[in-house]
Design a protein around this ligand. Structure first.
Ligand code: UD1
Length: 374
């Protein structure tokens, strides 16, 4: 498929250098099992770049510590900014690192701006590019992530997919070479961490009783960046909280918007926490009665945890979670949200199935393919 220029290490062995780019919270659980699987290959060196897109201790460092991810070789410290400013600043810095490091392959994960920046820079430097979580499409061009997904996939030489719909999407876009259906690295991390998460004391710390609370996460610009939309959602959530306690680890973006719109009082019926670490959040989710979220990754995790998920978006790029019965997509409509929550709280929804290859071995397959195609 492609033949990277191997570097000679000590003149004895051939070494392939992989440079991975991460930056936002959901990237960290995706890179963890890959970094682990790469360690087993002495003929591969792994150089990890953190763009600094997420920089709060509990949005970044905590995940590295808990998941045993190697310390980034470099942190670009880019931080917050508009979509273009953030991406452009990452690109300028990534170009310097890639020119200096001369990797054989650049690896990007997911759909955040850090992945987009890494993909564009690698392509322009004619470095082979691999994308983990390729092919997902929401068909909603208002989402910055949708633009990122399409651009990254178009530029990638190796595309690793989590579900069959992704392969079909890529095929429709004319991308058929280098596509590998491998399963889901986020689920590798979840399965690897379940036992460790058991010892988390988060339920005691938040005074919660297992299966007697809901977990809420909400940070998408489409839900939180317009006052009337955010206000409507918070009113609906207040209604739900009359029936079940709602725990809300609030994302910094949402917190900022709630304050900016003067909606702080609307949070009164929710039990707020700071963003949680991976293990506390996993324990919290596994013991929840239901999950309400606009996050794609949490739709996937809740499916495996068999906790019903009400997806607060108009569409999902992860349709397999709906097909196997793990989540329902309700958008921002009050009636639909209330009815879905009611069904899950009072009905007897069948247990969801497990999507194909979400078995904890995706990273092994990916690393195997990378080595095979090198
Ligand atoms: C990004 C990803 C999104 C992912 C989400 C997970 C893009 C386009 N979006 O969205 O796909 O679901 O991460 O969190 O890449 N902030 C802090 N501290 C932090 C990080 C962010 O205060 O550590 C605040 C900043 O004010 C920033 C805002 O949150 O402006 C948004 O952060 P940003 O990285 O731009 O996007 P997310 O909304 O986190």
């Amino acid at each position: 498929m492609f033949s990277p220029t191997f570097l000679y290490s000590n003149q004895l062995s051939l070494v392939m250098k992989i440079l991975s780019v991460v930056g936002a919270r959901p990237n960290f659980m995706k890179i963890a099992p890959i970094a682990d699987a790469l360690k087993a290959h002495e003929d591969v060196t792994h150089f990890l770049v953190h763009t600094g897109q997420h920089y709060d201790e509990n949005m970044s460092k905590l995940f590295f510590d808990e998941l045993g991810i190697p310390k980034p070789d470099v942190n670009l410290g880019v931080g917050a900014g508009s979509q273009s400013q953030q991406t452009a600043e990452m690109m300028v810095e990534l170009e310097k690192v890639m020119i200096d490091q001369k990797p054989d392959l650049v690896l990007v994960v997911g759909d955040c701006n850090s992945a987009l920046a890494g993909a564009i820079v690698a392509s322009k430097l004619h470095i082979k590019l691999a994308h983990i979580e390729a092919g997902l499409r929401s068909f909603n061009w208002q989402m910055p992530e949708e633009i990122n997904r399409i651009v990254v996939d178009k530029l990638s030489n190796l595309l690793f997919t989590t579900e069959h719909s992704a392969n079909e999407n890529l095929k429709k876009e004319g991308i058929t070479e280098g596509v590998h259906f491998v399963g889901n690295v986020m689920i590798d991390t979840l399965l690897n961490s379940l036992e460790k998460a058991e010892s988390s004391k988060v339920l005691e710390a938040l005074n919660l009783e297992a299966k007697n609370y809901a977990v809420l996460t909400m940070h998408r610009p489409g839900n939180v960046d317009k006052k009337e939309v955010l206000e409507g959602l918070l009113d609906t959530l207040a209604e739900i909280s009359k029936n079940i306690k709602i725990v809300f680890p609030i994302h910094p973006r949402t917190k900022k918007m709630v304050e900016q719109f003067g909606l702080t009082e609307k949070l009164n019926s929710l039990q707020l926490t700071e963003p949680l670490g991976y293990l506390d959040f996993l324990k919290l989710n596994s013991n929840a009665k239901i999950i309400l979220t606009d996050s794609g990754g949490i739709q996937e995790e809740s499916t495996i945890l068999k906790v019903p998920c009400v997806t607060l978006r108009g569409e999902t790029e992860r349709p397999v979670t709906v097909e196997v019965g793990g989540s329902v997509v309700v958008g921002q409509d009050r009636g639909k949200i209330l009815s879905a929550v009611d069904t899950f709280l009072n009905g007897t929804a069948p247990e969801p199935g497990v999507p194909e290859l979400w078995d904890g071995k995706a990273a092994e397959r990916i690393v195997g393919e990378i080595i095979k195609n090198a």
